[in-house]
Design a protein around this ligand. Structure first.
Ligand SMILES: [Zn+2]
Length: 430
């Protein structure tokens, strides 16, 4: 799916459906706009069910005049117009009321995007705009003032959030990433102090070798490679739909043979990823014309050290992230499934994937097929894509159960004697 070539009506419908289907806004709350090069503005209609929106429902506005469309424009059109007027670098604005971000807006706080290295870069500068009655010129002025001070993402007091971008997809990615940070921080409440990264720590992202390999044109695609491409694309869509990955974060790779593996590309939205977007890494060369995910150097080292590993998945699901951003170990000795699937789940220091992929890969053992990396991600390996994906799912379910359990009582750990019984019954590697 090539988002950039869609007409504006279709772009708005695509992103609005995405917001609504993933529970990021309500039927009545949320509106989107796109500015044409001549200054006209496309906007969502007022009073139309977001679950049943069609392309023909969108409006094209020139100032206060409807140029195209049968409905009235969104009641928030004045603030879209004010934001776009204050920021020539924006061509789109997104406004929505996700429950996690509204929680922050009600208590007058900003979600800290410095909890994960990429989040602050995706969201840009995050600011706050004071309350005014919805639809009013004053609200438009308050929000436009915040954006004109250089904020790219603004929390609206007792209301919701607005983001802008060079296109609507960028505005969406900013919103989705901020919403993800909000959910992770809320999940971490009570677990411990959330530990944000310093500028220097975030800067490590730039030191990560982006697998600067020479390009090669593969001779032909084997049937195994084609089969893996299909399975990988399906798994990535599944991970996105379950919100284990976001549009910009999360990588999956699979071994093709002793010399090569396939990996997710850098910079392509996970929801729209297609089989041909996956990048083949063959020996010391990458498939011509494609940039592999940042995780490629780590994955290459894991395949080198562990011949039994056939798939690797790295992601930032919100439950595990709550543990990662507070530096809290996740106790797998709480239900048999968690211990059988995850075994011990070490929490490794931030920065290891950027600084020492050999040391990181060496931490994978039969006792620890899944690793947590502080203020970063969870990485699971498997003999198959399904096994690696299951481990990611089990890690997230376990994290969520522990967070929910803590809210209602004291967590009971399975005794060492019962753990030994599980190890023997299920013949787990010693
Ligand atoms: Zn609103």
């Amino acid at each position: 799916m090539n988002y950039a070539y869609m007409p504006p009506r279709q772009q708005i419908l695509t992103i609005m459906s995405r917001l609504y289907e993933y529970g990021m806004t309500t039927t009545s709350g949320g509106n989107l706009s796109i500015r044409e090069p001549n200054g006209d503005i496309w906007i969502t209609p007022s009073g139309v069910d977001k679950g049943a929106l069609r392309e023909s429902d969108m409006l094209l506005m020139r100032g206060d005049t409807v140029v195209e469309g049968v409905h009235r424009p969104s009641t928030e059109y004045p603030f879209h117009r004010a934001i776009l007027g204050s920021r020539p670098d924006f061509a789109a604005v997104l406004h929505a009321h996700s429950s996690a971000l509204v929680a922050f807006s009600i208590v007058g706080k900003l979600p800290d995007t410095r909890i994960l290295p990429q989040a602050s870069r995706i969201c840009g500068k995050v600011g706050f705009a004071p309350y005014a009655i919805p639809g009013s010129a004053l609200l438009g002025q308050n929000i436009a003032d915040a954006f004109s001070r250089g904020f790219d993402t603004v929390i609206l007091e007792n209301h919701g959030v607005a983001t802008g971008g060079a296109d609507l997809l960028q505005a969406f990615q900013r919103f989705e990433t901020l919403e993800f940070c909000a959910r992770a921080i809320l999940a971490a409440a009570g677990l411990g102090k959330v530990l944000p990264l310093s500028d220097g720590e975030i800067g490590l992202l730039d030191h990560q070798r982006h697998l600067e390999l020479p390009e090669s044109v593969p001779a032909h695609r084997s049937f195994r490679e084609r089969e893996l491409r299909r399975a990988m694309a399906q798994t990535i869509h599944r991970a996105y739909d379950q919100r284990l990955m976001t549009s910009t974060e999360g990588s999956l790779s699979a071994r093709v043979d002793a010399e090569s593996f396939l990996i997710t590309p850098y910079g392509i939205d996970r929801k729209y990823l297609e089989v041909d977007d996956l990048v083949l890494i063959q020996g010391k060369a990458r498939e011509a014309g494609k940039i592999p995910s940042r995780a490629a150097a780590v994955h290459a080292e894991v395949y080198r050290q562990h011949p039994g590993v056939h798939a690797i998945i790295s992601a930032q699901p919100p439950g595990v992230t709550a543990f990662n951003i507070t530096g809290t170990p996740l106790d797998t000795r709480t239900i048999p499934e968690s211990y059988i699937v995850l075994r011990d789940l070490p929490l490794l220091p931030y920065g290891l994937p950027f600084q020492d992929e050999k040391a990181l890969a060496a931490r994978l053992t039969p006792h620890s097929p899944v690793l947590m990396i502080q203020n970063d991600s969870v990485m699971a390996v498997g003999r198959s894509i399904t096994e690696a994906f299951d481990r990611l799912e089990v890690a997230e379910f376990t994290a969520t159960s522990l967070l929910q359990g803590r809210a209602i009582g004291k967590l009971a750990e399975i005794s060492q004697e019962r753990i030994r019984e599980i190890e023997e019954t299920f013949k787990l590697p010693k």
